[in-house]
Design a protein around this ligand. Structure first.
Ligand code: KG4
Ligand code: ZN
Length: 333
C-alpha cells in the first residue's frame, strides 16, 4: 500500500492530488484568475496566490480521497522547471509536510510529469514511445525509454507552442490565456483563410517567433483599412493560426516517428488540450498506423495528479531527496 500526496505550483495553478497504489483518488486545482487582467502570469502575484491556496488545496485533496493525513506515505512536489517564487511555495510546503509527518520527500521534474500523466489511466503507452510535450513554456519532442529515462530529440529555439497561442491571442485582443479561446473561435473558421509561414528549421527543432510576427503585420495592415477587421474575421484568423501551429508541430512529430521507427505516439502539456491538435493527431495516427495517446483534458494543463503519479513511480524505486533540496527554475529532462 502506497499513498502519495502530489503538489504542483510551478506556474499559475496550485494543485494537490492523492495517488493510492498508482491510482488517482483526487486532483484539486486552484486556478489563479488574477493574471487575466495583466495579459500574462505575474510571478510575484503567482507566488502570493500559491501561499494563500496551498493549505486549502491540500486539505481538499486529502478530504476528497477519503484518507487521513497520517496515512500518507510520501510527498512529491514539482521541483522545476517553472517560476522560482512559485516553485518555492510548493517545495517549502512539501518539505515541511514531510518533516512533520516523518515521511520521504520526492522531487519531480514538471516536464517529465506531463509525460508520465499517460500512466494515470489505461490504455498506457509502451516504452519506448515518443511524446510531443507542448505547454506555455516548452515545446519538446521526447523519446521516452523508461519512466525516468527520457531523451530530448527536439525543442523550440524561441517561443513555446502555448506562447505562440497566447501571444497571437494578445494581438487579436483576446484575454490571457489565449490558447483555449483561439481553439473555441477556430471551430467556426476557415483554416485556409490566411496563409501563414511555416518556418524552415532543420532537424527536430521548432520556431514560432516568425509566425507571431507574420500575424502582427497582417493584423496591423488590415486594421488600417478596416477598424472592425478583428471582430469580423476572428474565427478565420483563429482557425488559420491554429492550423499552422498544429501543422508545424505534427510535421516534426512525423519526422521523429520516421527517424526512430517508434509507433507509440503521445502528446502532453497544456496545448495537448487543443481540439485541432487532438483531431489532426488522430488522423495522422490512422494514416501512419501509430498507436496514439492523448491525455484527458484535466491531465493536459498543469495538475498535481501527474506529480503524484510520477512520485509514485519514484517511491517504488525509493528515489527520495533530503531536506536540503531546492527548487530549480531551469531543470533538464
Ligand atoms: O502545461 P500548461 O498548463 O502550463 C505550463 O506548464 O506552461 O500549459 C499552458 C498553456 C497556455 O499557453 C495555454 O494557452 C495553452 O497551454 N492551452 C491551450 C489550450 N488549453 C491550454 N492552447 C491551445 N488550445 C487549447 N485548448
Ligand atoms: Zn505544465
Amino acid at each position: 500500500m502506497a499513498i502519495i500526496l502530489g503538489i504542483e505550483s510551478s506556474c499559475d495553478e496550485t494543485s494537490a492530488s492523492i495517488c493510492i497504489n498508482g491510482e488517482i483518488h483526487s486532483n484539486v486545482i486552484a486556478t489563479q484568475a488574477i493574471h487575466a487582467k495583466y495579459g500574462g502570469v505575474i510571478p510575484e502575484l503567482a507566488s502570493r496566490a500559491h501561499q494563500q491556496n496551498i493549505i486549502p488545496t491540500v486539505e481538499e485533496a486529502i478530504r476528497q480521497a477519503k484518507v487521513s493525513k497520517n496515512q500518507i506515505d510520501a510527498v512529491s512536489f514539482t521541483r522545476g522547471p517553472g517560476l522560482l517564487g512559485a516553485l518555492l511555495v510548493g517545495t517549502s510546503f512539501a518539505k515541511s509536510f514531510a518533516l512533520a509527518q516523518n515521511i520521504p520527500l520526492i522531487d519531480v521534474n514538471h516536464m517529465q510529469a506531463h509525460i508520465l500523466a499517460h500512466f494515470i489511466e489505461d490504455p498506457k503507452p509502451s516504452f519506448p514511445f515518443l511524446c510531443l510535450t507542448v505547454s506555455g513554456g516548452h515545446t519538446q519532442i521526447v523519446l521516452v525509454k523508461d519512466y525516468f529515462e527520457m531523451e530530448l530529440l527536439g525543442e523550440t529555439l524561441d517561443d513555446a507552442a502555448g506562447e505562440a497561442f497566447d501571444k497571437t491571442a494578445k494581438i487579436l485582443n483576446l484575454p490571457y490565456p489565449g490558447g483555449p479561446l483561439i481553439d473555441k473561435f477556430a471551430k467556426d473558421g476557415n483554416p485556409a483563410a490566411y496563409r501563414l509561414p511555416e518556418p524552415q528549421i532543420s532537424g527536430l527543432n521548432f520556431s514560432f517567433s516568425g509566425l507571431k510576427t507574420a500575424i502582427l503585420y497582417l493584423v496591423q495592415d488590415q486594421l488600417k483599412q478596416n477598424p472592425d477587421f478583428l471582430t469580423h474575421n476572428m474565427a478565420d484568423l483563429c482557425a488559420s493560426v491554429q492550423s499552422r501551429i498544429v501543422s508545424i508541430l505534427l510535421n516534426k512529430l512525423k519526422k521523429a516517428a520516421k527517424e526512430t521507427g517508434v509507433k507509440d505516439i503521445a502528446i502532453a502539456g497544456g496545448v495537448s488540450a487543443n481540439s485541432g491538435l487532438r483531431q489532426s493527431l488522430i488522423e495522422m495516427g490512422e494514416k501512419y498506423k501509430w498507436r496514439v495517446f492523448i491525455p484527458k483534458f484535466e491531465y493536459c494543463t498543469d495538475n498535481a495528479a501527474m506529480i503524484a503519479i510520477a512520485g509514485y513511480h519514484k517511491f517504488l524505486k525509493k528515489d527520495f531527496v533530503g531536506q536540503d533540496v531546492a527548487p530549480m527554475a531551469r531543470m533538464h529532462l
